[in-house]
Design a protein around this ligand. Structure first.
Ligand code: FAD
Ligand code: UDP
Length: 378
């Protein structure tokens, strides 16, 4: 073995694929029973509808290197992601665009009129100087739209005071003064034609890649555990960085999600793939309806059944799957302390969403793995 990779998500598999292609022998361990990390999907058995096990995953990127790389393993459908939100029993398009604004204010504003209105309502904060999510959001869209579409959804999603959250969380959502309601701004987007798991398996399918599932790096009863490998072989670690150091600098805060899946005996439940619920009175943040991700599979999917998944968000305990780094000021201080500790670990490379405590989309995880391979490991 030339390299041990802890975690078979997109970060770990990209390193594994590159290393194997360069002639190295790689072992990938994962504590789960399947490869692919949070991007893993499987067909729901009663309906055959592909369900993203850890929440809906939409691939999008503007990075030509990443786009060329991922196309080696899968083709992509022409799916374009659009999200709607239910506020006070009325459905509006997201991200906030001219359609949302005109529907909300029951108006027919032109782009310039809408801009002038929002400018007037957003005056209390300058989004460029905003230091937290609330200031950035109000600075971008004004207080009325913030209170309708952002405040309570964000409270459900993060259970953290929006003045404590980093402004970047909301910068992911564009605001548009056109009727364009594409969720992402990227050059390329789509879903893997044969599903996520087929894509992930193709990345791992190489005679020099050995994947071992149900193996936990911290389980000292298995031979590839931390004390037995660090210092003996280069290690790429994509698990939670605080766990690696046994929480020596305190636990970083994460959010986890609970998913409530249901097969419904109706052909179409909500007419679209993702419906957000903006209001505090509804305990879940959104409902995914998976058949809408693949309209091209209409002849394969049942016309009288559908699979929906309600998503609930809460703070993660150490026993939960960590999904979203919360990134409060205390977390950022903790992360710096862990980065210092990491420098003392001989030949251990921390990567991926958990290993760097960063909100990385798939294309970012793949892009940073390609950089780590090219710049440090190759
Ligand atoms: P992960 O996929 O988390 O993989 C880490 C792996 O390490 C896991 O398989 C885990 O089991 C394993 N591991 C951890 N600890 C150990 C241990 N001690 N021993 C052995 N193995 C261990 N990205 C997008 O581009 N579009 C989206 O729409 C999107 N939606 C998302 C929705 C949700 C709910 C979440 C959580 C993420 C979403 N992402 C999305 C991000 C996407 O999941 C990540 O970018 C991608 O999975 C990153 O891969 P990774 O390898 O860094 O981490
Ligand atoms: N957000 C919101 N209302 C919405 C959708 C998003 O307030 O209807 C905020 C919320 O704080 C969320 C952030 O915007 O965490 C980013 O949203 P995105 O849909 O990108 O989050 P993800 O899909 O990663 O959960």
């Amino acid at each position: 073995m030339d390299l041990l990779i802890v975690g078979s998500g997109f970060f770990g598999l990209t390193i594994a694929e590159r290393a194997a292609a360069a002639g190295r022998h790689v072992t990938v361990i994962d504590r789960r029973h399947h490869i692919g990390g949070n991007a893993y999907s499987e067909d729901e058995p009663e309906t055959g509808i592909e369900v993203h096990r850890y929440g809906a995953h939409l691939f999008h990127t503007s990075n030509p290197t990443v786009w060329e790389y991922v196309n080696r393993f899968t083709a992509f459908t022409s799916y374009v992601h659009r999200v709607y939100t239910n506020h006070a029993g009325v459905v509006y398009p997201l991200p906030i665009n001219l359609g949302t604004i005109n529907q909300f204010f029951t108006a027919a504003y032109s782009p310039d009129e809408a801009r002038a209105l929002i400018h007037e309502q957003a005056g209390e904060f300058d989004p460029k100087k905003a230091t937290n999510l609330e200031e950035r959001a109000i600075g971008l869209i004004g207080r009325p739209l913030y209170e309708a579409f952002i405040r309570d959804y964000t409270a459900k999603q993060w259970q953290t005071d929006p003045t404590e959250l980093p402004a970047e969380v909301i910068s992911r959502l564009p605001v548009r003064y056109t009727y364009d309601n594409r969720y992402f701004n990227d050059t390329w987007e789509g879903l893997p034609v044969d599903g996520y798991t087929a894509w992930l398996e193709r990345m791992a399918d190489h005679p020099r890649i050995d994947v071992k599932l149900n193996v936990d790096f911290f389980d000292e009863t298995q031979p590839l555990h931390k004390a037995a490998t660090v210092g003996q072989v280069p290690v790429v670690y994509t698990g939670p960085v605080d766990r690696y150091f046994d929480y020596a600098e305190g636990a970083l805060s994460w959010r986890t999600l609970d998913f409530e899946e249901e097969v419904l005996h109706v052909g179409d439940f909500q007419g679209t793939s993702v419906m957000n619920y903006a209001d505090a009175g509804i305990p879940y943040t959104r409902i995914h309806e998976f058949k809408h991700f693949h309209p091209e599979r209409a002849d394969r999917y049942p016309s009288d059944k559908t699979v929906i998944m309600r998503e609930y968000s809460r703070f993660a305990t150490r026993d939960d799957e960590p999904y979203y780094p919360v990134n409060t000021p205390e977390d950022r201080a903790g992360l710096l302390a862990y980065r210092e500790l990491s420098k003392g670990e001989k030949d251990v490379y921390f990567g991926g969403r958990l290993g760097t405590y960063q909100y990385l989309d798939m294309h970012m995880a793949i892009g940073s793995a390609l950089s780590m391979w090219n710049n440090h490991l190759a």
